[in-house]
Design a protein around this ligand. Structure first.
Ligand SMILES: CC(C)(COP(=O)(O)OP(=O)(O)OC[C@H]1O[C@@H](n2cnc3c(N)ncnc32)[C@H](O)[C@@H]1OP(=O)(O)O)[C@@H](O)C(=O)NCCC(=O)NCCS
Length: 192
């Protein structure tokens, strides 16, 4: 998988669908950054585990536990994407996905997507999701599904904005009283 350089522009994606992949991220919290997308490697498990353990959504498990979880998922054939940027000559993790092919018949599956909490709401998740969808389409996978916990209304709005349709619910899935909503998107486009 090739790295993709994308200078992220703003909260909303540009209308050219990243055709030139070089637009500027502006925010109150940081200066413009060049975002790069690449395949998640086994050696990224620790950094991803760190992001997860420090994130309010996943903070119930510590760094080691989250890192082992990521390593296990990679071991069993799932793969992922990393969004990162360079600061002071160091690569800084901005976000990640974990995904797999051919789940639910010919549907791809996005198991996890997460952005560093301090970087949310700046369009990085939108771009990461788009790169993930293009990756599927390039592998001839034109449909994708994912699960979103019923109380995670922010992520639901995010997915719905990006064309995901809620098609069902898995009641009491991870624990009693907590439902997972099933989202599907069809007709993925391999245009970067
Ligand atoms: C959901 C998530 C991936 C979106 O990435 P992002 O970079 O914040 O998203 P974008 O900037 O491209 O789009 C912003 C939209 O995402 C949604 N959103 C969800 N959580 C958000 C948050 N904490 N802050 C800001 N926007 C959030 C909103 O609908 C927002 O729309 P708005 O700008 O009209 O308010 C990211 O917020 C995240 O990592 N959330 C926690 C992990 C998670 O819930 N993952 C999905 C389940 S596995």
């Amino acid at each position: 998988m090739h790295s993709i350089l994308a200078r992220v522009a703003c909260r909303k994606p540009p209308s050219d669908r990243y055709a030139n992949k070089r637009v500027q991220l502006e925010s109150t919290s940081m200066n413009a950054i060049d975002l790069m997308f690449r395949a998640l490697q086994p050696q990224d498990a620790s950094a991803v585990g760190r992001l997860m353990s420090e994130h309010p959504l996943w903070g119930d498990r510590d760094h080691d536990e989250q890192s082992r979880r990521i390593a296990r998922l990679l071991d069993r054939g799932e793969y992922g994407l990393i969004a990162e940027y360079v600061k002071d000559d160091e690569r800084v993790l901005a976000g990640f996905t974990i995904m797999s092919d051919s789940t639910f018949g010919d549907h791809g599956y996005i198991r996890l997507i997460g952005i560093q909490p301090r970087l949310t709401g700046q369009g990085i998740g939108t771009r990461l999701l788009h790169v993930a969808e293009v990756r599927f389409a390039q592998r001839q996978i034109r449909r994708v599904f994912l699960l979103c916990t019923d109380w995670n209304t922010g992520a639901q709005a995010f997915y719905e904005r990006h064309g995901y349709k809620r098609v069902g619910v898995l009641p009491d899935w991870l624990e009693g009283g907590v439902n997972e909503l099933i989202y599907v998107k069809r007709g993925l486009d391999d245009h970067e």
